[in-house]
Design a protein around this ligand. Structure first.
Ligand code: PNS
Length: 178
């Protein structure tokens, strides 16, 4: 009798949550590192975060999907409410967060402890980006861009193109409420 060997290993996914307004090369770096540890990464865009985001949640999802087009291990979704509830619903093995510098540590520890209190079985895994990405943040990218600086080195081409489009659409001024 022939026996079939099946892979019984569970499909382990991790949630990479954030605002991603917009996704930067630092985020992409963390996602690629996380893909080496997990079978799948769900990039989870927080809905209703900042009052005046540059890109709407739907735009951010579309951009991130474009960045990872054709990569089966990356799913892009939105979430609302508590992150741990979303992680539980998705049966995630872990929440992934990036740690760029010591300055991130306090905020990230607070969140990790709060999330552990809310849901003791969901682990938070911290990954460290390449040092070339350690100074990057969405906030700085937007600030430099809004003041006319070149941000092409800090964001994926899809983000750069969309930023240029918004600049052309607004003539350099701020965008209307997202
Ligand atoms: O990229 P950001 O803005 O630093 O991401 C922050 C995020 C989205 C991870 C955090 O604000 C979050 O998890 N919000 C969901 C609401 C929640 O669960 N709050 C309690 C976490 S301590």
């Amino acid at each position: 009798m022939t026996s079939t060997v099946t892979d019984q290993r569970p499909h382990r996914i991790a949630i990479f949550p954030g605002s991603f307004d917009p996704i930067t090369n630092g985020h992409v770096d963390i996602i690629r590192r996380a893909l080496r540890l997990f079978d799948g990464i769900v990039v989870a865009v927080l809905q209703n975060a900042a009052k005046q985001p540059h890109f709407s949640p739907e735009e951010r999802v579309a951009i991130i999907r474009e960045v990872f087009a054709g990569e089966a291990g990356v799913e892009v979704d939105t979430f609302d409410g508590l992150l741990v509830d979303y992680a539980r619903r998705r049966q995630a093995a872990a929440i992934v967060r990036g740690l760029r510098a010591v300055s991130d540590f306090e905020y990230e520890m607070q969140m990790a402890h709060m999330n552990r209190h809310l849901s003791p079985t969901v682990e938070t895994v911290f990954l460290i980006p390449d040092e070339t990405n350690s100074f990057l943040s969405s906030r700085l990218v937007k600030e430099v861009f809004s003041l006319g600086g070149d941000v092409a080195a800090f964001v994926p081409p899809a983000v750069h193109r969309r930023l240029q489009e918004t600049r052309e659409a607004t003539g350099g001024g701020p965008r209307a409420g997202r």
